[in-house]
Design a protein around this ligand. Structure first.
Ligand SMILES: [Zn+2]
Length: 438
């Protein structure tokens, strides 16, 4: 696998750099964090065009997609490839994904108190959540680096998306989950697409360590939440929204905030769009947390002086995170967009969900936090009724229908120790190698 450090090539349009020590890696790196210092990696782009010319490239691909069913412009991610990843056509693993609608409903406008509010529904992606936008890029990168397998430690929408895209790419996939509670719908989906789902005796941190071990020792490509290519894919929620708005920036973009991957990705997308003159002003980001899982909102209220960790509890399971992974990048995103971070109660989230569901749109509980947050800021007088507001819904109604979880300890396979799990991954990979020999 390619993990080497190279000098920056000014003619290249995609580079990968460590945000901490500044070292530059090949854009075909298989690392998900810096080999030198362990810091987070960022992907940087130098497109040949900017402004009108770059908008025209993106708009022409959208138009061509209507004429040519095999065009990569059919994907709402790869249509923006100059700002995502400069992969060859035959390397791209695309469903296609994206092309999610901007939806207008009088009931949502009335509830939020904003006349023209639109919701961008990422639940319309292939596996029912925004995760597909990052996963199409991560699996494309897995193919580019010749990964033997892909893995994540996740109990949620990530594992369903990983499993689907790995199936399409024909690459074995592993999902490590801690023993205990996980959402039934999400697990069923992961199993159906064919990922090897291993229940590990331990907590989430044990699963993460196992994933890192599998990456180091067995050449398994890790697509955890800080994988820089997933962030690049998630940026296209913003690019696609701006294109749908004919490149007229809205006043506000509201989104649910848990692990802060989207907050970071949205901030990066807006900075790039503004820098490249795709838009002429920056919208303000509104990141909305559940009050029982609101370390980022608490930190915002005190000027981001301290990083805060909490014991998270909310019925909005997709944002039930007490120690968000993408903290520093999300702080920069909020500061750079003059953004805000607030929290809303579970009752407020479910009141918003009720309205969204009953007008026929529907979403998973965490998604409704964005609309609940807009309503709260209208009541405070911060958002005005005439403002142009886009609220992002991150997941489909069926993702978490009862807000319920099942106890997977009742599952037939007993939990594995991390060592036993690593040995099992090795056996599966050996079998896969054997069966691919002529
Ligand atoms: Zn570094």
């Amino acid at each position: 696998m390619s993990t080497g450090t190279v000098d920056r090539d000014d003619t290249a349009s995609t580079t990968v750099r460590c945000a901490a020590c500044g070292v530059t890696l090949s854009d075909r790196t298989a690392q998900s964090t810096c080999t030198a210092c362990g810091g987070l990696l960022v992907v940087e782009h130098v497109p040949h065009h900017r402004g009108n010319l770059l908008r025209a490239v993106f708009d022409e691909r959208a138009a061509a997609a209507l004429r040519d069913v095999s065009s990569t412009g059919r994907s709402g991610v790869w249509r923006f490839r100059e700002l995502v990843l400069d992969a060859d056509d035959d390397e791209i693993v695309s469903h296609p994904e994206g092309n999610t609608p901007l939806i207008s409903r009088a009931a949502i406008a009335q509830f939020a108190g904003v006349d023209g509010i639109l919701v961008k529904h990422e639940g319309h992606n292939p596996t029912g959540s925004f995760k597909d936008r990052g996963m199409t890029v991560a699996l494309t990168q897995a193919r580019r680096v010749g990964a033997r397998a892909v893995a994540c430690a996740s109990t949620g929408n990530t594992s369903a998306s990983l499993s689907a895209y790995a199936a399409q790419a024909g690459i074995p996939s592993f999902v490590f989950v801690p023993e205990g509670r996980i959402a039934l719908g999400k697990l069923a989906q992961t199993l159906a697409y064919g990922a090897r789902t291993l229940q590990i005796r331990g907590d989430f941190d044990d699963c993460m360590r196992l994933a890192l071990d599998a990456s180091d020792k067995l050449g398994v490509y890790l697509v955890n939440s800080v994988n820089p290519f997933r962030i690049e894919g998630q940026k296209t929620i913003v690019f696609e929204m701006l294109q749908q708005l004919n490149w007229q920036a809205p006043d506000w973009i509201a989104l649910p905030a848990g692990n802060l991957g989207n907050t970071s990705a949205f901030g990066k997308a807006l900075a790039e769009a503004h820098h490249l003159s795709l838009i002429d002003r920056l919208p303000r980001l509104l990141a909305v947390q559940a009050s029982g899982a609101s370390p980022f909102a608490q930190a915002f209220a005190s000027g981001f002086v301290d990083r805060i960790r909490v014991r998270a509890e909310t019925r909005a399971t997709a944002i039930r995170i007490g120690d968000p992974a993408s903290w520093d990048r999300a702080v920069r995103a909020i500061e750079a967009t003059n953004g805000m971070v607030i929290s809303v109660t579970d009752d407020e989230i479910f009141a918003a969900k009720h309205v969204i569901d009953r007008c026929g749109v529907g979403c998973e509980p965490a998604s409704a936090a964005s609309v609940a947050g807009v309503r709260a800021l209208v009541q405070r007088g911060t958002i005005r009724p005439q403002d142009r507001v886009i609220a992002v819904l991150t997941g489909h109604l069926l993702k978490d229908p009862a807000g319920g979880e099942v106890d997977v300890r009742a599952a037939p396979e007993p939990p594995l120790t991390p060592d036993d799990a690593l040995a099992m991954v090795e056996r599966v990979l050996a079998q896969a190698t054997e069966s691919s020999q002529p």
